[in-house]
Design a protein around this ligand. Sequence first.
Ligand code: ADP
Ligand code: MG
Length: 680
Amino acid sequence: MNDKLERDIMYVKGVGPKRAEAFARVGVTNVYDLLSYCPRDYIDLTSVSDIRDTRVGELNPVTIRARVVKKLPPARIRKGMTIYHIIFTDDTEDITVTLFNQEYLYAGLKDGEYYALYGRVTGNMVRREMSSPNIFVANTPDLIIPVYSLTEGLSQNIIRKAVKSAIELVTQEVEDVMPRYVRDSVRLCSQAYAWENVHFPKSMYGVQEARRRLTFDELFVYSLAIAYQRDDENMRSGYIMNRVDCDELIDSLPFTLTAAQRRALDECTSGMCGTTRMNRLIQGDVGSGKTVVAAGAAWFAYKNGYQSCVMAPTEILAVQHYETFRTLLEPLGVRVGLLTGSLAPKAKSEMQKKIAHGEYDIVVGTHALFSQKTEFSRLALVITDEQHRFGVDQRAALAAKGKNPHCIVMSATPIPRTLALILYGSLSVSVIDELPGGRKPIKTYAVSGKMRTRALGFVKKQLELNHQGYIVCPAIDESENELASVEKYAHELQEGIFSDYRVGLLHGRLSSDEKAKAMSDFKNGRIDLLVATTVVEVGVDVPNATIMLVENADRFGLSQLHQLRGRVGRGEDESFCVLVTENTSPECVARLKTMSRTNDGFKIAEEDLKLRGPGDFFGTQQHGLPPFKIADLSRDMDILEMAQGLSNRIIDEDPKLELKENAVLRELVHRLLEKGTEIS
Ligand code: ADP
Ligand code: MG
């Protein structure tokens, strides 16, 4: 990097040791950091309101441009508190500005001179007021005023001045930090323009352009650091497979794969033929048919003479996958085994012996698979379902059972591809963005508790058509109390409106045998209506189930409701979901209406994000996202994608960034890594 940029912040005019300390607290230690310290907001003085048009009590601040008519004498209301009133006008109306103890500001205001005032309009019928607005000389050339995040010892003014000196110091002579070829390939504005416009903008357009460039710089260095850190050893494939024609499998399936499924399967099989270990996320909305793609990949490994294992988060799902894999693959000669925690000790050790001897080609199971005693003879592919239920360490433990086996994780959680990369480091993503043909959207209705009887009648209509249904009751902590009430509810339904049908019960506190029995009874049609807590949330597949009624639907997040709802609509018949809520507040109704409007999991996640705020979805705690300074991932996804694409290409060609033109990149990456930012 140019040494002017690397200079300590103290080289900047007006920054001494004290201020340098304050700057360090916001991560600014040299000139480059200072210039990259973006305002968190802007006051746009280019859109000015007439005072007459402003609304008293309006929550949003406005900007007005007005001249001083009269400065009233200061009023000392008590010790240490002086109030100043100034009357302004813009010739459409007057406004009274109140300042508290800001003598300096008051003294500086000149009669007849124009100022821009930015603040909330308060007052009453006869008088408009503004309390402690931001005040700028209105003939100032800066019509857009940056607002920085502050810390003790820093004010807006101190930062503005420091940035100004820094810009004067460098932009004239300093070349853009990024290598020419990087700049050419991304086509963003120059660094000099970005710095100038992010700190001293002339238009909001300039701000946007500048922000995009600085966002790119931040995300690019971050992505580069992820790619740079790839561990070669860990990346090498232990099992380079040979191409095998998949027609035998595809022809044997009871349905035609969708184009998206074929593509995902292709990506999986090619991945396993490469020299680097495959680490792939198969992402697809509920019902998109991820399981068969995984089965295809396992079959491919089998044809290459290898074992695969399939991990499910719950016993119910393990059993279900076991059955699916058997149905699909046993006719082709594949030996599928089931290993779960509920096996008796003897049966379990038998099973483990067989696995170790290679008597199974595919082993489906739950956590029991992790137990130290389970050894595989030639495990080359590890498939995990619904990965968000597993800890990273659990997956790693299983992966360690093979010699760098290939990994596939299946998930319906709509994390955009680019975010997945940030979360999981070097992970390839296959997206199944298409539902199997003939699948109809699930008709969804939100109703209030008053309509429950009618809603239950509607459920009964579906059962009369020989379909099956779910009634889901939220049991947040599955405490005895809550479960008792679910049991009671199930009992009432059985004795009452559904007396002609078989009502089953499924909740988290049942023994695994009981759970498995309830599930298989439902699958085999021995139960018509399954009353369940959220244990049915993930993955359960019963195509004949066409109706789901969710009690207290407002207790669920939208994405969770979407997952739940995905349990129906899996067959040819039209399916329904009824959301019952006692909460009729407008927000709640609006939220649940989203569910009736769309069946697209990504849209719903977005809506959830909008309604609940970014804290929830993009919150760094919850999703483990790194804390970016400039980038806002809820809107900068396109830039992230660009940054990732480019950094991968660069690292492919120059893994250790040793080429001369990459020296500065190496330096930026090292600086980031040294700062101790956690890189996944
Ligand atoms: P998910 O992606 O939610 O895990 P599943 O793999 O459980 O979805 O598949 C949902 C249902 O769709 C299953 O009953 C499965 O047999 C069926 N299915 C999968 N692919 C197709 C297809 N191409 N055409 C028709 N039905 C399919
Ligand atoms: Mg599934």
